[in-house]
Design a protein around this ligand. Structure first.
Ligand code: ADP
Ligand code: ZN
Length: 217
């Protein structure tokens, strides 16, 4: 199955897509992860994009498109893939149409206040970048990373006003893409909760997602 996943910051997009990929036996392809990896390795590609990534600006379409074309041509993508962080512009969506069929676009819908609550309780390790959460995933020792013993901190942009602003920016950015894929009839609007206000576990969310995807097989 060829899947695109769209969702605002704090929607659980990264977690859901990596879990879903394992469940479906297809690769999880995150352009953000690919770029960070290339930058860390100091590759030619990494050096050419590090300024964009460190300032949060979009990497030029030509570069992103080339990276994705190469990645999707690899053997492990034959049975499908989950794209996370791509496409982000109409140009990218049109390019993608030229190189691959897309079966479904999962649109994660999470209420703004839920995102604000989640992100403003997020903690990150200064040393290894591991992510914890004061509410849902507390570290064993307060303020200390379970994985490496590093110090945990709160990101400057995980403050409530800034989170709301980031969500609005995301909505603006993604609106043309949603319209583009709605016209094609491939959008799966996904709500993680059942509307009752009850929290459901990660496993339950993934199960619900797999069930909803069956219609698009
Ligand atoms: P963020 O939510 O901060 O954008 P990501 O991990 O998705 O985090 O991406 C990190 C960075 O990589 C982005 O800020 C951008 O510079 C670059 N990037 C990732 N995906 C794309 C894309 N599809 N088009 C352009 N730039 C991208
Ligand atoms: Zn750590």
């Amino acid at each position: 199955m060829r899947i695109i996943i769209l969702g605002p910051p704090g929607s659980g997009k990264g977690t859901y897509s990596s879990r879903l990929a394992i469940k479906l036996g297809i690769p999880h392809i995150s352009t953000g992860d690919i770029f960070r990896e290339e930058i860390k390795r100091g590759s030619e590609l990494g050096n050419s994009i590090s300024n964009y990534v460190s300032s949060g600006k979009l990497v030029p379409d030509d570069v992103v498109n080339m990276v994705i074309e190469k990645r999707l041509s690899q053997e492990d993508c034959r049975e499908g893939f989950i794209l996370d962080g791509y496409p982000r512009t109409l140009n990218q969506a049109e390019f993608l149409d030229g190189i691959s069929k897309i079966d479904v676009v999962i649109n994660l819908n999470v209420p703004k206040e839920v995102i604000v609550r989640r992100l403003s309780s997020r903690l990150i390790c200064k040393n290894c970048g591991a992510i914890f959460n004061k509410i849902t995933l507390p570290p064993k020792v307060e303020g200390i990373c379970d994985k490496c013993g590093g110090e945990l901190y709160q990101r400057e942009d995980d403050k409530p006003e800034i989170i709301r602003r980031r969500i609005e920016l995301y909505e603006k950015e993604i609106a043309p893409l949603l319209e583009y894929y709605r016209k094609k009839g491939v959008i799966l609007d996904f709500y993680e909760s059942d509307g009752s206000g009850r929290e459901i576990s990660l496993d339950q969310v993934i199960e619900k997602m797999v069930e909803a995807l069956k219609k698009y097989l």
